[in-house]
Write a protein that binds this ligand. Structure first.
Ligand code: FAD
Ligand code: AMP
Length: 479
C-alpha cells in the first residue's frame, strides 16, 4: 500500500464513508481509517449510524410497531390473530442481519470505488499527516494532501447514573435487551430516549421517561411538541418533565433512581435504566497539539461553513463538528468537502436540514419554528391540516397529528414545516425539496397531489396558509 494519498479520512461513519466514496468518485486517491473492529478483528465500517444508531434503532422500532399493531390495531380491521407473542432474540437477530448487510455494503462500495480501508486509530499530525495505530500497537504514518476528520460522537455519561452495561445502559445497550423489562426507566426525553422508550413500551414494558427540562421537545415547534406529548401520553408513555435524576443505586438486580422535581424528591425502581442524555463529540486524542486544530467551547472541532478547520488542508465533518447530530447532515458535509477538495464550488444549505423523531406517529421538521420566527421578528403566516381530516390516514386507522406550514407573510416563501403524524419523515421531505427550490406556499398549493395520499395533508396545509383549504374549515379569510 502506498502511504501517500490525495485524501485520508478518519472515521467510517456516514460522514466519513460518504466523504471517502465521493472523493474516490472524483478521481482522488483515498484512504479511510477506522478503529472499529468486529468479533473477528476485521475492520467494521458504517460508524454509529449503521452499527448502533439509526439503522438498528429503526429495525427495532419497525418490529415493535408491527407487534403493537397486531396486539392493539388489527381488531379494528376485523382481523383476529389469536395470542400474539414476541420472540425477542429473533427480533434482535433480524436487526443484526440488517446491520451486517449494510456495513458489508459499505465495504463493497469502498472496493467498487477504490477507497483503501485502513484498520486502526487515526491521529492528525502537523502538516496534514495521519498517524495510525493498529490494535497491536503498530504505528504507521499516512501522508495526505488533505485530511477529513469524521470521528463522530459518543453517548454522554452522567455521574448520577453510571452505565454498567447490564441494568444501566446507554443507547447501545438498549438495542440489546434480551428480554422485555417489566419496568423501564429512561433518562432524557430527547430523540434517542423517546425512540428507545417506544421500542420497549410497545412490547409491553411500563416506561417512565425522566426529563430535567420543563419543556417537551423544546427544539420543535411548540404546537407540534404539545400535540406529540399528548399522543405519546395517550399511548401510555409516562413522561415526567422537570424531573432531574440525582442518583441511582443497583440493588438485587434492580435500579433505584432518585430524582428531584418542583414538588420535591422522588424515587422509582426499574428493571432497566436507559441513559439517553445526549451525545458529545469524539474529539479527544484526535490531533497533536502542533497540528493547528482547535476545539470550540463545547469540544467540537472548530470549522467554518465549509467544514475547513484552522489547519490548512484539514477538514472536519459530521457529529464531531457543530450543528445537528444527524447522519444526513454529516454525509452532506462529507460530499461538500470532497467536492471542494476536487475544486468544485460546493456548499451546504444548513437552513434546509430535516430532522425526525421516529416515534409513532413520527415527528418531523424542517426550517424555522413559529417561535423562532416570532423571536427573529420575521412576519409569517401559517396553515395547518389535521390528519383526522385525511381520507388516507383514516383508511389506515392512523389519524393522530397534523401538518403545519409556515410561510413569509409578504413573499409567501416557505420558511418551515412541522409535522406529527403518519409517515411524517417522508412527508416533510416534500417540503424540504420545495424549500430547496425556493418555493412559495402557493407553489405547493398549485401542485397536483395524488388521491388518496397522506401527502394531501401537506397540500391542504399549503392551501390553508392563505385560507384556501378545501377539506377543513378555514380559520382565516380567503385572500
Ligand atoms: P459516527 O457515525 O459516530 O462515526 C464515526 C466513526 O469514526 C466511528 O466508526 C468511529 O469508530 C470512528 N472513529 C472515531 N475516532 C476515530 C479515530 N481516531 N480513528 C479511527 N476511527 C475513528 N441520525 C439520523 O440522522 N437519523 C436517525 O434516525 C438517527 N438515529 C439514531 C439512533 C441512535 C440510537 C443513535 C445513537 C444515533 C442516531 N442518529 C440518527 C445519529 C447518527 O447516528 C449520527 O449523527 C451519525 O452516526 C454521525 O455520523 P458521523 O460519521 O459523524 O459519526
Ligand atoms: P438529547 O440531547 O436530545 O438526546 O436529549 C437529552 C435530554 O436529557 C435533554 O433534554 C436533557 O435535558 C436531559 N437530561 C440531561 N441530564 C438529565 C438528568 N440528570 N435527569 C433528567 N434528564 C436529563
Amino acid at each position: 500500500m502506498s502511504d501517500k494519498f490525495d485524501v485520508v479520512v478518519i472515521g467510517a461513519g456516514p460522514a466519513g464513508y460518504v466523504a471517502a466514496i465521493k472523493a474516490a468518485q472524483l478521481g482522488l486517491s483515498t484512504a479511510c481509517v477506522e478503529q472499529w473492529l468486529d468479533d473477528k478483528g476485521k475492520v467494521r465500517l458504517g460508524g454509529t449510524c449503521l452499527n448502533v444508531g439509526c439503522i438498528p434503532s429503526k429495525a427495532l422500532l419497525d418490529s415493535s410497531q408491527k407487534y403493537h399493531e397486531a396486539v392493539s390495531d388489527f381488531s379494528v380491521h376485523g382481523i383476529s390473530v389469536g395470542e400474539t407473542t414476541i420472540d425477542v432474540p429473533a427480533m434482535l437477530e433480524r436487526k443484526d442481519k440488517i446491520v451486517d448487510q449494510l456495513t458489508g455494503g459499505v465495504a463493497g462500495l469502498f472496493k467498487h470505488n477504490g477507497v483503501t480501508p485502513v484498520a486502526g486509530t487515526g491521529k492528525v499530525l502537523a502538516g496534514a499527516k495521519v498517524e495510525v495505530t493498529d490494535k497491536d500497537g503498530n504505528v504507521q504514518v499516512l501522508e495526505a494532501d488533505n485530511v477529513i476528520i469524521a470521528a463522530g460522537s459518543l453517548p454522554v455519561n452522567i455521574p448520577p447514573a453510571p452505565v454498567n452495561g447490564d441494568t444501566i445502559v446507554d443507547s447501545t445497550g438498549a438495542l440489546e435487551f434480551q428480554a422485555i423489562p417489566e419496568r423501564l426507566g429512561v433518562i432524557g426525553a430527547g430523540v434517542i430516549g423517546l425512540e428507545l422508550g417506544s421500542v420497549w413500551g410497545r412490547l409491553g414494558a411500563e416506561v417512565v421517561v425522566l426529563e430535567a427540562l420543563d419543556d417537551f421537545l423544546p427544539m420543535m415547534d411548540a404546537q407540534i411538541s404539545k400535540e406529540t406529548a399528548k399522543i405519546l401520553k395517550k399511548q401510555g408513555l409516562d413522561i415526567r418533565l422537570g424531573a432531574r435524576v440525582t442518583a441511582s443505586e443497583v440493588k438485587d438486580g434492580k435500579v433505584l433512581v432518585s430524582y428531584s422535581s418542583a414538588d420535591g424528591e422522588h424515587s422509582e425502581t426499574f428493571d432497566k435504566l436507559i441513559v439517553a442524555v445526549g451525545r458529545r463529540p469524539r474529539s479527544e486524542e484526535l490531533f497533536s497539539t502542533d497540528s493547528g486544530l482547535t476545539l470550540d467551547e463545547r469540544g467540537f472541532i472548530f470549522v467554518n461553513e465549509f467544514c475547513e478547520t484552522e489547519a490548512p488542508h484539514v477538514y472536519a465533518v459530521g457529529d464531531v463538528v457543530r450543528g445537528p447530530m444527524l447522519a444526513h447532515k454529516g454525509s452532506e458535509e462529507g460530499v461538500m468537502v470532497a467536492e471542494r477538495i476536487a475544486g468544485k464550488p460546493a456548499q451546504l444549505n444548513y437552513d434546509c436540514i430535516p430532522s425526525v423523531v421516529y416515534t409513532h406517529p413520527e415527528v418531523a421538521a424542517v426550517g424555522k419554528t413559529e417561535q423562532q420566527l416570532k423571536a427573529e421578528g420575521v412576519p409569517y403566516k401559517s396553515g395547518t391540516f389535521p390528519f383526522v381530516a385525511s381520507g388516507r390516514a383514516l383508511a389506515a386507522n392512523d389519524s393522530d397529528g397534523l401538518v403545519k406550514l409556515l410561510a413569509h407573510e409578504e413573499t409567501d416563501r416557505i420558511l418551515g414545516c412541522h409535522i406529527v403524524g403518519p409517515s411524517a419523515a417522508d412527508l416533510v421531505q416534500q417540503v424540504v425539496i420545495a424549500m430547496e427550490f425556493g418555493s412559495s406556499a402557493e407553489d405547493l398549493a398549485l401542485t397536483v397531489f395524488g388521491h388518496p395520499t397522506l401527502s394531501e395533508a401537506v397540500h391542504e396545509a399549503a392551501l390553508a396558509v392563505d385560507g384556501h383549504a378545501i377539506h377543513i374549515a378555514n380559520r382565516k379569510k380567503r385572500k
